[in-house]
Design a protein around this ligand. Structure first.
Ligand code: GDP
Ligand code: MG
Length: 442
């Protein structure tokens, strides 16, 4: 997915004129990639419309970072899709919080109940678990085993067949014993759907939970929306937990679950083990969804490096066509601030391997560092010179080399690099919508 999105953006980056059509084409590719990652088709369409509304063509044409403008818009749009209008239920101290878990069989409810209990036990709560799954053979044994390992009291029955009755009895018992977090695990058989939903309703009525958590397997694809909606229509779901995000899950279904239940994701499951459980963080989830190792971090770095208020200034300088050593120096400094190139590039999907050969980035990083050292021993007049002529004086180059302690041939290489870059900027003079990628080729 990531590489596809990047491909779309890269095409955008090379389009010399950024117009509505180019933006549409780019968004179309991104949309296709998101659908392949199991994001609901309707939501993708909505995302497309919203991004289009957010991104102004004129901004794209004038700015250095049209790619980033789109990236940011897509990113923030996905984040806001994960942000429902409702707040998650907060456990309250000094009362018996009853939390009921629902979801289809195999999605990870029982495992997640245990993880949830354990996580809150570590926060100082006294959890207890109830097995209200009488459908699956061995369900009670599984819960018992989990609880024993985690040191959590449990309740269930081998003989009672009415899950609502078990749930009620368990909650009553644990309330009396003053447990402050009572967790009700339910069944989620696939077949006999009507019966399942009726059962959920009965348990809900019997125990009157403070919160109902809907558990969904992260690899459920386009079916996620309907599945989540079916549960929401039956019982008042208030939170979502997405499981199995450690595997090959594409994760797009999570967005559907949020939309269908209008409930926030509170945790994610990242493995079978009890502590493979994390608080949900929209930004890193979206990064993951987009296949960018760390898109969020990358964005932060980008905005760090070129403060917005400095961008017009830089654009003006570039459009004026007056390229100087100082601009080159600033460019290098910006790149250095971002860390080694491979690290920066690896945050962009698809760029990691194919653009910069292994090792080459370190070499180029070193090279930039040396060039900067050379430039450090230049005078202001040299740094701001708009004419290469002054660098044709042999003695001047010698002085710069001596002053910086770098070999003369390196000073020569810098001059060549400068010439190359300044020709590039020259070509951009008056050109609107140029790509801001130049300057990275040390
Ligand atoms: P239930 O039928 O909804 O109660 O689902 P279970 O809790 O029994 O889980 C079904 C299977 O999914 C089990 O093999 C679990 O170990 C596994 N599972 C649950 N959560 C995760 C997770 O976050 N990651 C992985 N890899 N496996 C999980
Ligand atoms: Mg279960």
């Amino acid at each position: 997915l990531g590489s596809k999105i990047n491909h779309a953006l890269r095409n955008m980056g090379t389009a010399s004129v950024v117009d509505e059509q180019a933006l549409d084409a780019c968004l179309k590719e991104i949309a296709t990639a998101l659908i392949q990652a199991d994001v609901n088709i309707k939501m993708v369409k909505q995302l497309r419309d919203n991004v289009k509304r957010q991104v102004q063509i004129e901004d794209l044409a004038a700015g250095l970072n049209k790619k980033r403008v789109i990236e940011k818009a897509v990113f923030s749009e996905l984040c806001s899709m994960l942000d429902p209008s409702t707040e998650p239920y907060e456990l309250k101290k000094g009362k018996s919080n009853v939390v009921m878990f629902v979801g289809l069989q195999g999605n990870g409810k029982t495992t997640t109940c245990t993880k949830y209990a354990y996580a809150n036990k570590r926060k100082g709560y006294r959890p207890a678990m109830i097995c209200a799954d009488t459908f699956r053979a061995g369900a009670f044994d599984q819960l018992k085993q989990n609880c024993t390992k985690a040191g959590i009291p449990f309740y269930g029955s081998y003989t009672e067949t009415d899950p609502a009755a078990i749930a009620q009895a368990g909650v009553d018992r644990f309330r009396q014993e003053k447990y402050d977090l009572i967790i009700v695990d339910t069944s989620g058989r696939h077949k006999q759907e009507d019966a399942l939903f009726e059962e959920m309703r009965e348990i809900e009525e019997a125990v009157q939970p403070d919160c109902i958590v809907f558990v969904i397997d992260g690899s459920v694809g386009q079916a996620a929306y309907d599945q989540a909606l079916a549960f929401k229509k039956t019982v008042p779901v208030g939170a979502v937990i997405v499981t199995k995000l450690d595997g090959h899950a594409k994760g797009g279904g999570a967005l559907s679950a949020v939309a269908a239940t209008d409930s926030p994701i509170i945790y994610i499951g990242t493995g079978e083990h009890i502590d493979q459980f994390e608080h949900f963080e929209a930004k890193s989830f979206v990064s993951r969804l987009l296949g960018l190792g760390d898109w969020h971090g990358f964005m932060d770095k980008i905005t760090d490096v070129i403060p917005e208020d400095q961008q017009p200034d830089l654009i003006e300088k570039l459009q004026g066509g007056t390229f100087t050593m100082r601009i080159l120096y600033e460019q290098y400094a910006n790149i250095m601030k971002m860390g080694p190139m491979s690290q920066v590039m690896s945050m962009i999907p698809g760029l990691g391997g194919d653009i910069i050969p292994k090792g080459a980035d370190e070499a180029s990083h070193e090279r930039m560092k040396h060039f900067m050292t050379v430039m450090d021993s230049m005078t202001d007049a040299e740094l701001d010179a708009t004419d290469m002529k002054i660098f044709q004086e042999e003695s001047r180059l010698r002085r710069i080399a001596m002053g910086s302690g770098r070999p003369a041939r390196e000073v020569g290489s810098l001059m060549q690099e400068f010439k190359k870059m300044s020709m590039m900027w020259g070509k951009m003079k008056g050109l609107k919508g140029f790509s801001g990628k130049g300057g990275m080729s040390a």
